[in-house]
Design a protein around this ligand. Sequence first.
Ligand SMILES: Nc1ncnc2c1ncn2[C@@H]1O[C@H](COP(=O)(O)OP(=O)(O)OP(=O)(O)O)[C@@H](O)[C@H]1O
Length: 240
Amino acid sequence: MNAIAIEIAEKRYRAPAGEAGREIFRGFRLDIGAGEFVALLGESGIGKTTLLNIVAGLDRDYRGTVRFGAAAPRVGYAFQNPRLLPWRTVLQNVALPLPPGAEGQRRARAMLEEVGLGELADAYPERLSLGQQRRVALARAFAIEPDVLLMDEPFVSLDEAGAARLRDLLRRLLAGRPATVLFVTHDRREAVELASRIVVLEGTPVRIVRDLPLALTPAERANAACIDEVRAALGAAAPG
Ligand SMILES: Nc1ncnc2c1ncn2[C@@H]1O[C@H](COP(=O)(O)OP(=O)(O)OP(=O)(O)O)[C@@H](O)[C@H]1O
């Protein structure tokens, strides 16, 4: 069964008066199975964030439909920028999507412990490194126990070791709470390490130029030769 069925007949951004608008999607379709981890690759500015915003229901200015397999799916969204509220503590930021009250606080605290930031619960985001802020954003996205998790380059701008630690954390969190994931990245290696399917987008309007299932063992995902092989299979079309 599909967890998400996306059909975008048309999505365009309006332009200032007198200029032609830009058509991002026309006749676009993507079906995602329950439990899949789909990495979306594509050039900068092609429409990846637009696609996530449409799936999240944040952008309703398009013709088409997004259908979910579950009746009322819980959708978590980790943005490119961690988007923490600076006037709220780390704990309050994680508790934000949860129902108010003691149970929400308990769950938020447990999530913070799980991402290794229990000691920073009462700190404000400005005190945190970018890697720590991204951990908080992950904790917030997982706090609602999402059925669908949307992630927009969540580990960009970190050094390689920091990004690798967060990839490990994401894998651990997903092992405990499986979700269907739509993950935007510009990094093919990151896609190979994490995804069960890689979808490469190209052009204006956007079309799918590669759709590659990946049934790899953890050892194969970490193997340089194997990563090179998948990169080659993705061809020149994919960035990163
Ligand atoms: N609110 C908006 N109004 C007008 N144009 C927009 C708006 N948001 C995005 N665009 C344009 O639509 C195109 C797609 O943007 P989008 O952010 O979806 O791309 P992206 O693939 O996520 O890019 P990146 O990889 O750089 O994050 C871009 O050309 C962008 O300038």
